[in-house]
Design a protein around this ligand. Structure first.
Ligand code: ACO
Length: 474
């Protein structure tokens, strides 16, 4: 057991309690059609928004939406939150197994070295960051990191694309019935296709591969913390190499070393958000990577997708919503009004979960625990609890709508003194390990993503010249 886990046994106990409750309420079993290898082409029923579509096989993670079950590489999320750390979980997601002590030490050392993104921060500070959406800054930051660390766009340094690609995508018969033939798979011939002695003297790296994952896992955290500081008219703080990823994130944002309890709760929040199947942002990142773009652009796309209020942006909206409701006594009337206007209640519902989201199960008692520390957080937690009761007794019964991860995470971050506009960037800080792991896995058997649309437009329309069109409308 780590020193941190020894000092925060009360938090571990809260996780165990949530776990016991989940086991009592849900009898988790894998769904055979979603947990066995497939042979392409695969038959599935697809709904709007690609609901039910199978994009790929993966060994990284599994979400059982009917049972409220979340697994990373075979390990239950409740166990990982009780026993593990974000660094260990990132290693697990990336490499597929839990590291030995030596492997973990080396991995942490790498992550610590990758926290420094000096040119990226210098360039970022030349923009009016305080006037920009923090997610836009985060995305811009990943572009600047791409420039700082990689040679991908350096004239004369980039090897010819043909050398690194196995198959010519244009030769794949896209318009035929999909057969999923072996020959139609793009592949990297080498794990580090851009490596050359010539390039190493410039001290620049490939924009894909494990090093780019480490850079992004650490660098995105540094940028998120710098955004907080700059928005408060303060200078970014150098990272502290003695601190864990979670503790350092809080330190670089607030300038204060967190208590063990704060560190542990942030660590658990990071573990909980690290991966979640082929959600919108992960899919966005994978689509970009499947074109053989690079890790930095792919993660930037994940950040863009995560920003939306239907996805990661919901956590910030939840806090505003709870503040707007204000008091427990206002919950019923507020909820009635929202339902009348057919408004979606932020922090509820999920494409996959038709049961209580296990991440919300863990975050709820942590939010309650932290909320004891100040009156305002306590009030928000009570409002959240009352709203949850209303929603579950109505939408929960009728439509299987329950709290999702975003419902309680906002209260947790707020209690840790993090400004609401940084909630979604923190989600991104954590999800980078999921995005990069999924991309590394997908690239092993890459095929460009290319779905079709059903054309429901017209045919055989006669082209009318601009002149004629203009005269007609006069
Ligand atoms: N409040 C009220 N009704 C809801 C909610 C909600 N939060 N979520 C879904 N519904 C209703 C819809 O109105 C719809 O009802 P209908 O069948 O009568 O038309 C039905 O449930 C299905 O909803 P969809 O929006 O079609 O479900 P979908 O799978 O497309 O969307 C989503 C899932 C986007 C998460 C949705 O539940 C939502 O908008 N929730 C609020 C935003 C939110 O919390 N997002 C964070 C999700 S977790 C994450 O991304 C990290």
């Amino acid at each position: 057991m780590s020193e941190l886990h020894k000092k925060t046994k009360e938090i571990t106990e809260l996780v165990f309690k949530s776990s016991r409750k989940a086991r009592e309420e849900t009898n988790a079993e894998p769904e055979p059609h979603l947990t066995q290898p497939i042979t392409w082409p695969v038959e599935c029923v697809v709904g709007p928004g690609l609901e039910g579509a199978i994009a790929c096989e993966s060994k990284i993670g599994y979400v059982n939406g009917l049972k409220g079950w979340l697994i990373y590489r075979g390990y239950d999320i409740f166990d990982l939150c009780a026993y593990s750390t974000y660094e260990e979980v990132s290693y697990l997601l990336l490499y597929g197994y839990l590291p030995t002590a030596v492997q973990l030490k080396a991995f942490k050392k790498n992550l610590i070295q990758c926290r420094n993104v000096p040119n990226t921060l210098r360039l970022l500070m030349s923009f009016s960051i305080e006037e920009m959406n923090p997610m836009a800054v985060l995305r811009l930051g990943t572009n600047l990191m791409r420039q700082e660390f990689t040679y991908i766009d350096r004239d004369g340094l980039v090897p010819k694309r043909g050398k690194v690609i196995g198959t010519d995508e244009d030769s794949i018969p896209m318009e035929t019935v999909p057969r999923g033939e072996e020959h139609a798979i793009y592949e990297f011939k080498d794990s580090d296709p851009f490596k050359s002695k010539e390039l190493s003297k410039f001290d620049l790296e490939p924009a894909i591969g494990y090093k780019s994952c480490y850079r992004l896992i650490s660098g995105v955290a540094t940028i998120a913390a710098a955004i907080v500081r700059i928005r408060q008219q303060k200078f970014p703080i150098d990272s502290d190499p003695e601190l864990s990823h979670a503790a350092n994130l809080i330190y670089m944002m607030t300038g204060k070393q967190p208590t063990p309890e704060e560190e542990r709760i942030m660590d658990i929040a990071l573990i909980l958000h690290a991966d979640h199947g082929i959600n919108a942002s992960t899919f966005a990142a994978m689509v970009v990577a499947s074109t053989l773009s690079d890790m930095y652009f792919s993660v930037g796309s994940g950040i863009a997708a995560l920003n939306g209020p239907l996805h990661g942006g919901a956590n910030e909206q939840v806090l505003h919503m709870l503040r707007e409701i204000g008091e427990v006594s206002n919950v019923k009337s507020w909820y009635k009004k929202s339902r009348k206007k057919k408004q979606k209640i932020m922090g509820f519902g999920h494409r996959v979960y038709k049961a209580y989201d296990p991440r919300a199960r863990i975050l709820r008692p942590l939010a309650k625990h932290l909320a004891k520390r100040n009156k305002e957080s306590g009030r928000l937690f009570q409002v959240a609890k009352a709203l949850e009761k209303e929603v579950i007794s109505t939408l929960g019964v009728k439509k299987r709508i329950f709290p999702n991860v975003d419902f309680y995470s906002g209260i947790v971050y707020d209690s840790l003194g993090i400004p609401p506009e940084i909630f979604t960037p923190i989600f991104a800080v954590s999800r980078v390990s999921g995005w990069t792991s999924r991309i590394m896995e997908y690239l092993e058997k890459n095929r460009i993503f290319r779905p079709r649309a059903i054309y429901i437009g017209q045919f055989n329309k006669k082209y009318v010249s601009l002149e004629e069109r203009t005269n007609k409308t006069r």
